[in-house]
Ligand binder design. Structure first.
Ligand code: ATP
Ligand code: MG
Length: 230
């Protein structure tokens, strides 16, 4: 369980998140955060993963104050963030990239690699290939697979379908649904309809503030989303 309570966040003195509260419980499958460009979605994920400080308010991860935790401790506690940039090691192989995802552990990696290969069979076929030589969709699968290697309880995905062809996007959402049967997924997405249809809980973020929250399907029917996206 992750909870943010009334947080303010800024970059170089310019505030971008205002008085934001949200919670990510572990029994609702997919928790979606949707909203326009620049709303603060990626910033929020950076805050939750300990990569950016808050100015006010409080973030707790499984009851512990996030300000006392290093980013690596946040990963060990069970929150893993797959960023927009993917940050793969291009010169390393697919398998080596996966192993890097489990850097907090040394044992039992092979079982995790197997699970990732079962989820994304194409990664097994490309196991010895350089990550930099993969297609965009394959790189996204590898970034997610690497995140899963750390055995998260909550996996945050920042725009996993960005830059993917429509067919690949549809497959990616199927995989996200599959992952969410085992691991809670905190999903930031531009494909609002697809994301909300999957979400047990959803937040609409605009200009750094939560405008409304509901179940995914509930938010899909709300006037806010209808106005903004239909
Ligand atoms: N490193 C940074 N330095 C200064 N300002 C930043 C930085 N990163 C983001 N911002 C600003 O913070 C605000 C929120 O940005 P953020 O990237 O979190 O939005 P987003 O909702 O993820 O947008 P997108 O949908 O385009 O990814 C924007 O006004 C952005 O210009
Ligand atoms: Mg973003």
């Amino acid at each position: 369980m992750i909870e943010a309570t009334e947080i303010d966040v800024s970059y170089d003195g310019i505030q971008v998140i205002w008085d934001l509260s949200l919670s990510v419980p572990e029994d609702e499958g997919v928790i979606a955060i949707v909203g326009p460009n620049g709303a603060g979605k990626s910033t929020l994920l950076r805050v939750l993963s300990g990569l950016h400080p808050i100015d006010d308010g409080r973030v707790t991860l499984w009851g512990e104050d996030a300000s006392t935790l290093e980013p690596s401790e946040i990963v060990e506690k069970g929150f893993v963030h797959v960023s927009e940039e993917r940050n793969l090691f291009d010169e390393m192989t697919v398998r080596e990239n996966l192993e890097m995802g489990a850097y907090t552990r040394r044992e039992g990696l092979e079982g995790n690699v197997r699970e990732v290969f079962e989820l994304f069979p194409v990664l097994e076929r490309r196991a010895s290939q350089r990550a930099g030589s993969l297609s965009g969709g394959e790189q996204q699968m590898l970034a997610i697979g690497r995140g899963l290697m750390a055995e998260p309880k909550i996996l945050a995905l920042d725009e996993p379908s960005e830059g993917l062809a429509p067919q690949i996007t549809a497959r990616m959402f199927e995989k996200i649904e599959e992952i969410s049967e085992e691991v809670t997924v905190l999903l930031v997405e531009q494909h609002v309809h697809r994301a909300l249809s999957l979400a047990g809980r959803a937040y609409l973020l605009e200009n750094g503030e939560i405008v409304t929250q509901d179940t995914g399907p509930g938010l899909l029917e709300s006037e806010y989303v209808e106005e903004a996206y239909l």
